[in-house]
Design a protein around this ligand. Structure first.
Ligand SMILES: [Zn+2]
Length: 118
């Protein structure tokens, strides 16, 4: 079974985000809910600059996402790669992501899981 390799799950509330996502770094995250004891991934995303801030933007935005998992990355490129891998590992169309992860405009980043960016 695919693994996110992320910390959590934690409750998706501002206080919890401040408690665990403590440095201003890029990173990737997953949003979802708990069924029995399993974290069910509903959405995956990333932050290019500040994961703490990006996660707070997601509080209350998806009613079925009460929990999050996260992983810091060294830079925004690694955040993009981790987002893409999670996106494909967790079934892309099963997720409630409107579209494939977007690379930063002007970069030649490629997805490790498909050839959407050639
Ligand atoms: Zn892809």
């Amino acid at each position: 079974m695919a693994s996110l390799n992320m910390e959590g799950p934690y409750l998706l509330i501002p206080d919890k985000i401040d408690e665990v996502v403590t440095s201003m770094q890029p990173g990737a995250f997953a949003l979802g809910y708990i069924a029995d004891v399993n974290f069910v991934v509903v959405y995956v995303g990333r932050s290019d600059k500040n994961l703490n801030e990006t996660l707070k933007d997601w509080v209350f935005r998806k009613s079925d996402c009460m929990f999050f998992k996260y992983a810091f990355t060294k830079n925004s490129y690694e955040a993009f790669v981790k987002e893409c891998i999670s996106y494909h590992d967790f079934g892309a169309i099963n997720l409630k992501c409107e579209q494939h992860p977007q690379r930063i405009e002007g970069t030649d980043w490629r997805c490790p899981g498909c050839d959407v960016y050639k």
